[in-house]
Write a protein that binds this ligand. Structure first.
Ligand code: GZL
Length: 324
């Protein structure tokens, strides 16, 4: 009898203890954050690589990403930001196609209490506190590095006069404004340098081709240097230079920015002399920053990635695969 009573007491005790046990918390499948991202478009290998990197980074961090492609239209970006506000996302991020025209929609995001991260490009505003931070390249430095390379190249070739044509990115975009400023400031003190014309290529390959054809018709063999604000436009321009009977990289110094694989391959062939890196791999920094903002932590106002210059001054065979 006693034995049965003992077994019964043990059973009751083990039941009581178990029900009091704290179960392992269910692994939450809830995303750590809901991020709305408005992307400019798919105008270049850089942009496509940037989108891919952001999507991969969100996946790695368990972040739910609403990514909308604006197809190069500011009005589509503004509409997307309004949808993110209505959806009550935790954080909004976007790459503004141009610097102006964002105050109203960003005021709406601020009133809704949703922090906004600028990715890649900046905005121009008089209002304080519309955005939490900017994650993107130091475009002014990129332009400066392009100009500094040209001075070294002109010295090495013993050039006395250097006639330059510039094919710019999207007018009023941050990379266009700052790459141009950095380049012009870098060559300003060098009396050999003469910028014959700057023309808008909108970061598009087709416009690089059209613009180069126009510049060759107008200036022909007087062109010593082509400074192009991105690889797409450069790759559009090169066949036009060859069709006109010139050897790019030899008859004309070709300077480009972005550092995508296609341009690096052409650099290795000697048809481009210098490619300034502008990394599109901003996804990891973006996710880390968005998580900090959601947690109410302070973040740096500007986050610049490290960037380098690839050129015919180095052993280009050693350049690692670029991934975009
Ligand atoms: C630069 C980015 C520019 C690239 C272009 O960060 O904004 O836009 O240089 C892209 O290739 O179209």
């Amino acid at each position: 009898m006693k034995k049965k009573l003992l077994v019964l007491i043990c059973l009751i005790l083990s039941f009581v203890l178990c029900t009091g046990c704290s179960k392992e918390p269910e692994q939450s499948n809830e995303p750590s954050l809901l991020l709305g991202f408005s992307q400019i478009g798919s105008e270049s290998a850089w942009r496509i690589g940037n989108t891919r990197d952001i999507e991969e980074a969100a996946g790695k961090q368990g972040i739910s990403l609403m990514l909308e492609n604006a197809n190069q239209k500011q009005e589509n970006q503004i509409a997307a930001i309004r949808r993110f506000i209505a959806y009550k996302v935790d954080v909004i991020a976007f790459s503004p196609i141009v610097e102006d025209g964002w105050d109203n929609v960003l005021k709406e995001a601020k009133d809704a209490g949703i922090p906004v991260i600028l990715v890649d490009r900046d905005i121009s505003t008089e209002k304080e506190g519309l955005t939490s931070c900017l994650i993107g390249a130091d475009f002014y430095r990129e332009g400066q590095m392009a100009g500094e390379y040209l001075i070294r190249k002109a010295d090495s070739l013993g050039l006395e006069n250097v006639n330059i044509v510039e094919i710019t990115g999207t007018i009023n975009s941050t990379p266009m404004r700052q790459r141009q400023a950095g380049f012009m400031d870098a060559i300003a003190g060098d009396t050999r340098m003469n910028v014959m014309e700057s023309i808008d290529g909108d970061f598009l390959k087709s416009r690089g081709e059209e613009n180069m054809r126009y510049l060759l018709d107008k200036y022909g063999e007087d062109i010593d240097v082509v400074f192009s604000h991105n690889d797409e436009m450069t790759l559009g321009a090169l066949p036009e230079i060859e069709k006109a009977g010139f050897i790019p990289g030899k008859d004309m110094i070709i300077i480009s920015i972005d550092g995508g694989q296609d341009a690096i391959n052409v650099l290795k062939e000697g048809k481009i002399n210098c490619v300034v890196e502008c990394t599109p791999k901003l996804g990891g920094i973006l996710m880390d920053t968005a998580l900090k903002l959601k947690a109410g932590e302070a973040v740096k106002e500007i986050i610049h990635p490290d960037e380098q210059v690839f050129s015919d001054e180095q052993d280009t065979a050693k350049i690692e695969p670029r991934g975009y």
